[in-house]
Design a protein around this ligand. Structure first.
Ligand SMILES: [Zn+2]
Length: 282
């Protein structure tokens, strides 16, 4: 049995997200041009919410003027959703967050989260510098990852995709698997930038007991999970993750199988919803 892979969404999405991220990278340079603040097309509604916090005004204007969300939407043409998906950037009252809300089918990226990743790009940790990450591509990785993670939640919900294990881990896996389809060099940069972000978060403070109750895995676990799926996908491109001691050899032994499991689940459960035809051929 084989699924015919048309020009599939995840490749198209990534191409577009790269464009979107170029635009996001532009934020630091205060790029500007004219564009409407609200658009609706192809089942995805876009809303650039006027920020409540004046500090987010430059972000709002840059995202809107560079049409970052429209660029994402334009590449989601292969995704047939049963309901309109709202894709929005908005202020979240100080919460550094991004979310998918099933009740109103809304994918939200908070200005606070975008400001957070902008700040990351201003102070790249030594491990990121060693990877050759620039401020621009250090921003791209976390931005791509968060959009794909939230889009995974939306697909799980709207397409009723069965999930074993925790949904947050599953969304991380879909995002990581998709990022790894970018092509070796880009995938390496993107995976490295997200991993460096998790490593930085893991060092911020030791976890408290209540942190283990969070629906998300801890930053250190997300770091190792990401390292593992990357290494499992390509032991050559990501082999130094083990050699440098980022990924323990004991875990590394399992990563090829972990990657295979994610690929199998993605191909069976997600890919059929991402084809232009909307239904798989077997
Ligand atoms: Zn999530």
């Amino acid at each position: 049995m084989a699924i015919i892979h048309r020009p599939t969404l995840h490749f198209a999405v990534l191409a577009c997200l790269a464009l979107a991220c170029l635009a996001l990278a532009c934020l630091a340079l205060a790029c500007s041009a004219g564009a409407p603040a609200l658009a609706r097309e192809g089942g995805i509604r876009i809303v650039y919410a006027v920020p409540k916090d004046a500090a987010h005004e430059p972000l709002y204007r840059s995202l809107r003027d560079k049409r970052v969300l429209e660029r994402i939407r334009d590449r989601l043409v292969g995704l047939r959703l049963p309901r309109v998906l709202t894709l929005t950037v908005k202020g979240c009252d100080g919460e550094v967050d991004a979310s998918y809300e099933a009740s109103d089918t809304t994918l939200t990226i908070c200005y606070e989260y975008l400001a957070y990743i902008q700040d990351l790009g201003r102070s790249i940790p030594p491990a990121g510098v060693a990877e050759g990450l620039t401020p621009a591509n250090y921003i791209v990785g976390p931005f791509l990852e968060v959009v794909l993670h939230e889009l995974a939640h939306a697909i799980f919900d709207l397409k009723k995709v069965p999930i074993l294990g925790r949904e947050e881990d599953a969304a991380d896996q879909v995002a990581a698997y998709t990022l790894l389809r970018l092509g070796k060099d880009e995938a390496r940069r993107v995976i490295a930038s997200v991993a460096v972000m998790y490593a930085s978060e893991a060092k911020e403070a030791p976890p408290e007991l209540k942190d283990f109750a969070n629906e998300h895995s801890l930053p250190a676990q997300r770091f190792y999970n990401l390292m593992c799926i990357a290494y499992g996908s390509d032991r050559k491109t990501f082999g130094d993750f083990v050699e440098k001691g980022y990924l323990p050899a004991e875990r590394a032994k399992l990563c090829e199988e972990e990657y295979r499991q994610v690929k199998y689940a993605f191909d069976r459960l997600v890919m059929p919803h991402l084809t232009e035809a909307g239904t798989p051929s077997r």
